[in-house]
Ligand binder design. Sequence first.
Ligand code: FMN
Length: 168
Amino acid sequence: MQQVSELFKEAMGRLAAGVTLVTTEIEGRPWGLTVSACCSVSMEPPLLLVSLLTKNASTEAIKKQRRFGVSLLASDQTAAAKAGAKAGAPKFFEEFVESDPIGKTYVVKDALAHVHCQVENVVEAGDHTIFIGLVEHVTAGDLKQPLLYFHRQFGSFTNELEQKEIVV
Ligand SMILES: Cc1cc2nc3c(=O)[nH]c(=O)nc-3n(C[C@H](O)[C@H](O)[C@H](O)COP(=O)(O)O)c2cc1C
């Protein structure tokens, strides 16, 4: 019989998720970690959460710096998503970020949007650390198809996008 944890992993793989890059700074350089465990928590005040494996280098850096960025990826950004997900490898991100950090966090070039957060709360949960961030600044890029992750595969949204004005 399969273990609950294996079935849980399989089940969660069937929850289609948007893909983000959580950005931080390590050794004075931009660093990006691919993360799908990201969601908004509150609008007043604006809060967002990301859940990161506690033993990740990014987790340690964010705990120290008390801030992080979240770039929401478009479907043509699979290369950045793969670079930020390389297990056991450094994730220095000069190739993918704007040259200057805006609002003190690094922004992935051509992302759908970028959210700058100051750490408001840190919650340890199992082998992960949940960072609840107070949203300080938001930038929006062009509206393009989002990058999605489903059943361990990258893909995109197949519906035609209705162009609605984004007010940020
Ligand atoms: C689509 C996708 C989503 C991911 N989401 C998360 C996540 O929400 N939290 C997390 O800690 N790692 C997530 N990962 C794994 C990390 O990106 C990374 O591969 C892993 O932590 C290994 O990094 P390390 O070797 O630096 O520890 C995701 C990977 C992929 C491909």
